[in-house]
Write a protein that binds this ligand. Sequence first.
Ligand code: UDP
Length: 233
Amino acid sequence: MTNRLLYEGKAKKVFETDHPYEVLVYFKDDATAFNGVKKGQIHSKGILNNAISSLFFELLDSRGVKSHFVKKIDERSMLVKKLKIIQIEVVVRNIAAGSLSQRIGWPEGKILPKPVLEFYLKDDALGDPLINDYHIAALGIATPQQLEHLADQSLKINAILSEHLLARKVKLVDFKLEFGMSDQEILLGDEISPDTCRFWDAETNQKLDKDRFRRDLGDVEEAYQEIYNRLKG
Ligand code: UDP
């Protein structure tokens, strides 16, 4: 790898390419949780998340959802369009879990009557606080039209992924998305993987995602592998 490193995050590295509007995303095995307080490694996670994200981006593309994904390059890297990331994390939830359970007091596993959409400010120093459309307007992060587009796309992505996963006996509990600007256009960015989604086995409710790492449940790599296997069919 001779290309210049542009950015290193918790789970990925981003490298420059010869093309000014494309970058290479390299998926690491490093795992963090609780805003970086818990650190570790999940063997082969980078390989599996690259493969899983690539499959999801291809699926979404086939259903008219535009993303930064260009192509999978090798085991651990994908070529993507360079984005100016919008500083919002969009979370979509179908079943109560995690911070929603804490916030509204619903037990983990309680089905939400309709999908719940949330916005978080992408700011590690502040611990990514929950924000609403008024905060977003005040901060000037996105216009109302852009925010509506993010919401529409996120709910559409939820419908596509939920259906696709359920056919493979996986419940999509919740997930996080990031978007960015590429030449005036909003594209889906980041990754879609067991790091950023909660996946439960449809029959047993067994967790097949990063909660296995967060809560020391064991068989973390096996869970990521299982998601890949079911997607590959
Ligand atoms: N999530 C994420 N990155 C974050 C926070 C959340 O990918 O920085 C994902 C998380 O994996 C889950 C969903 O967003 O699928 C909702 O997470 P939640 O708000 O319940 O927070 P958590 O319990 O993970 O702290």
